[in-house]
Design a protein around this ligand. Structure first.
Ligand code: ATR
Length: 290
């Protein structure tokens, strides 16, 4: 084993495998921090960097990955859909979502995965012990994060997956991803659905640092015994989460989804079980520095 450097990691050498996250903007991505913590914890001679790839250039980045033998790529906005069109193979989940957040080389082919849904379910299990089978769920929002959550809830056997969104047409399309359990909510039925839900997920950007302030839905509508996940993790506690917790509702932020989707990517790249606790600690430490 090589000597460790000041970060407790093996120094980069000619043997080191490279992983990267591509996006734009990407400089504030937590992926390198999470992945490098995992490489350090497992002693794998890998390193992960962030690469800013402008919108419209994803296919060139994929060519670069092929040419340079990069061991794994994480994909973030705005490239998730373009990468789904540019890889050689897609998993069933990535195909259903039309979005890739993780690329795994397989010989000379690039395989596009989407680990967001599994990351959400694992994060929920980690935070609350909740199994969504048979549960009534409401998802607020209809962007990429909502799509992954709705799809995962449908696959995992949720009894009812209701989707509410400011732009109603988007909610209809997203609800279809949950199969027979999925349906879109009219504005007039959101309150009743939220009151009757076992699980409420905020997948809108309301309350995120740098986005509009406001509650995705009145926190007083949520049942006292429900579990809530706000996919926002920066700030660690949105005003909505604070209001829910103030009422005694069990409410979690989106950090566990972030960590667990990365844990899946780590294992897909390396074949090694992800050191989730080390990744979680690294993410928390990085966020605390912001
Ligand atoms: P991501 O891909 O990260 O999930 P996104 O695609 O930008 O993000 O989606 C943001 C979500 O937040 C959408 O559901 C958006 O609603 P619209 O589809 O109507 O745009 C929702 N959102 C953003 N700002 C909002 C606001 N002020 N009020 C209500 N919903 C809002």
């Amino acid at each position: 084993m090589d000597e460790l450097n000041d970060n407790g990691r093996t120094p980069v050498s000619g043997e080191t495998r490279l992983a990267a996250v591509i996006g734009d903007p990407v400089r504030h991505s937590l992926s390198p921090c999470l992945m490098n913590a995992a490489f350090a914890e497992t002693g794998l001679d890998w390193t992960c960097v962030a690469m800013e790839v402008p919108e419209g250039q994803a296919s060139r980045a994929l060519d670069g990955m092929r040419a340079m033998g990069i061991g794994g790529l994480s994909v973030t906005m705005p490239h998730k859909a373009a990468v789904a069109s540019g890889v050689d193979d897609l998993t069933a989940g990535a195909r259903a979502l039309g979005a890739v957040n993780c690329i795994v080389p397989d010989g000379d082919r690039l395989v596009g995965h989407n680990t967001d849904g599994a990351g959400f379910l694992d994060g929920l299990r980690h935070d609350s012990g909740l199994d969504v089978t048979g549960l009534r769920c409401v998802v607020l929002g209809a962007g990429g994060a909502a799509r992954a959550v709705v799809h995962a809830l449908g696959l995992a056997g949720a009894a009812d997956v209701a989707v509410a969104n400011r732009t109603a047409g988007r909610a209809l399309r997203v609800a279809e991803l949950a199969g027979a359990a999925g349906h879109a909510l009219e504005p007039s039925s959101v309150g009743g659905a939220v009151a009757g839900a076992d699980l409420v997920v905020n997948a809108t950007s309301l309350g995120m640092a740098g986005s509009e302030a406001g509650h995705p839905v009145d926190p007083d509508l949520v049942a006292a015994g429900a579990v809530v996940v706000d996919l926002i993790y920066h700030p660690p506690q949105s005003a909505w989460l604070a209001a829910l917790r103030g009422r005694g509702v069990e409410a979690h932020n989106g950090l566990s989804m972030l960590v667990h989707q990365a844990a899946h990517a780590f294992t897909l790249w390396t074949g090694v079980e992800a050191p989730v606790a080390a990744m979680d600690a690294a993410a928390r430490a990085a966020l605390a520095r912001r």
